[in-house]
Design a protein around this ligand. Structure first.
Ligand code: AMP
Ligand code: MG
Length: 483
């Protein structure tokens, strides 16, 4: 086979068997490439130009494993909707860690690759729809400049899988800076072997946070840095109206990337209680709860680190709690700054918070589209909308315009700022469903077109109206876990 430039340097597979199971993907019957991300391939310094579609199908189904790969399923645990469970890669294998340009390292993982020791009652497989959905939304997040795992390929397996009905099976190639989760720490901590916990801590520092190598208290500083990263991440989600849907601790990445696109979706009209996931009956993972859950998950992470923070358990708890308790203040500050940017505001003024909250309250009461409101404020009219003729909004806008010009602001400056944080286009739910339906009927072009539009969400050029219209209908939009 032609040279692709895979450059594997596998480190996780060298850890002891407490951390993983050595296992190859289970071969599939008739692999057929559905999507391939050429751009990501070249970002990874890989060259697929001389590889036939048939060979790509063999590669990204796991039927032919690249030289230097060393497949494993990773062990992890997690709090799922608040309940602790031992989990692990039940339908995924990490084929290896690829070293790209500048020595940047990426996990290459096949999702839907067959049973592992962690499959419990599952079949180890994934359906085409959810894998395409993950591809669309993760690439959209990347376009939005939000840290995320990426999608390199989707291959149909040629095998049907049984869910409520029979569905076409598929494998997604996921690329991540690592797949280490809060749940990975929970798994190791539950085994109560301090030396293993120490190995994981040092592994994470070596892999992601090398500047902590000489810290006085590595676990404590790791907690602090991950708290900052997760706040940044959730503020970004709030910025674009993204609702993850299953913020279980196993779905929180230590690297600070968005991971595990299941029932996630973007909010249309502003309602802080928005929930799309069919299984989230209590609204645990509603839009407005995302920061609260982030803190809850970080607290579970902190608990894992207690034995490493200090020999004196009480002291360790006190130190970790002090860090966790900084969450609210840091979050509020970062959230306010993010909202100031969305409104083009420079500097800090006493009434900023009221100005921001008043706009959100108005959007909520009037059920106005979140994304398009900011487009309107950037003078970009997306669709014929009467909402902005409302007197309450007009009054709010006058207050905003007075605030806007403070602190030496100019139209040039605020337009530039607003344009950098307010997307014109997000993956609208109706559009995602539409292209998935087409893909089911073997028409992949509409999906590719959507991906193209989502690639540059901050650019108003060439945007077609159908991608900007919210999915208003009387029926509540629901998403499913899609395993
Ligand atoms: P997820 O909802 O994708 O975050 O998965 C939660 C857990 O269920 C993980 O341990 C998965 O590996 C496992 N899982 C999900 N689907 C399957 C499946 N079809 N077969 C085996 N394990 C699965
Ligand atoms: Mg998961």
């Amino acid at each position: 086979m032609n040279k692709i430039n895979w450059n594997f340097e596998n480190t996780y597979s060298k850890l002891s068997n407490s951390f993983k199971q050595n296992i190859d993907p289970v071969p599939v019957k008739n692999p057929q490439l559905v999507l391939f991300n050429e751009k990501l391939g070249s970002e990874l310094n890989l060259d697929f130009s001389k590889i036939s579609k048939k060979d790509l199908s063999e590669i990204f189904s796991g039927n032919s494993l690249p030289e230097g790969s060393n497949s494993i399923a990773q062990a992890y645990a997690g709090h799922q909707f608040g309940h602790f469970t031992m989990l692990g890669d039940g339908r995924a294998v990490l084929i290896g860690e690829h070293l790209s340009k500048n020595n940047k390292k990426y996990d290459i993982q096949f999702k839907g690759s067959g049973k592992t020791a962690f499959s419990r009652n599952g079949d180890g497989r994934a359906a085409l729809g959810p894998m395409l959905r993950e591809y669309i939304v993760s690439e959209a997040m990347n376009g939005l400049k939000i840290p995320t795992t990426r999608s390199l390929a989707v291959v149909k397996t040629g095998e049907d899988i049984i869910r409520e009905t029979s569905l076409p099976g598929a494998i997604l190639t996921r690329v991540a800076s690592s797949h280490i989760r809060v749940g990975t720490f929970q798994y190791i901590a539950a085994r109560q072997k301090k030396d293993e916990l120490e190995i994981l801590l040092n592994y994470v520092i070596e892999r992601h946070y090398q500047n902590l190598k000489n810290s006085r208290n590595k676990p404590l500083e790791l907690l602090n840095i991950i708290l900052e990263k997760q706040i940044d991440l959730v503020v970004n989600w709030m910025r674009v109206g993204f609702i993850h849907g299953v913020m279980n601790t196993d779905n929180m990445s230590i690297s600070g990337e968005t991971i595990d696109y299941g029932p996630c979706a973007f909010m249309d009209f502003y309602d802080p209680k928005t929930v799309f996931s069919s299984i989230d009956q209590m609204g645990r993972y509603a839009y407005c709860n995302q920061p609260i859950i982030t803190k809850w998950n970080l607290s579970r992470f902190a608990e894992c680190l207690i034995p490493l923070i200090d020999k004196d358990q009480n002291k360790a708890i006190k130190l970790a709690t002090e860090i966790i308790n900084t969450f609210e203040k840091k979050y509020e500050e970062k959230w306010l700054n993010m909202m100031r940017q969305k409104l083009g505001l420079f500097g800090i003024e006493e009434n900023d918070k009221f100005l921001i909250l008043d706009l959100l309250t108005w959007m909520h009461q009037k059920r106005v589209d979140y994304t398009n409101t900011f487009c309107h404020l950037m003078n970009y009219e997306i669709y014929n909308n009467q909402d902005f003729k409302d007197n309450n909004f007009k009054n709010w806008k006058k207050r905003w315009q007075v605030r806007l010009l403070k602190n030496n602001n100019t139209p040039e400056k605020y337009k530039k700022l607003m344009r950098s944080v307010n997307p014109f286009v997000i993956p609208r739910n109706h559009k995602v469903e539409e292209v998935l339906n087409e893909a089911y009927n073997n028409k992949i072009d509409p999906l590719k077109k959507l991906l193209q539009v989502l690639n540059t969400p901050y650019s108003e050029k060439k945007i077609i109206k159908e991608y900007l219209t919210p999915s208003y209908s009387n029926e509540k939009y629901q998403t499913f876990c899609g395993t």
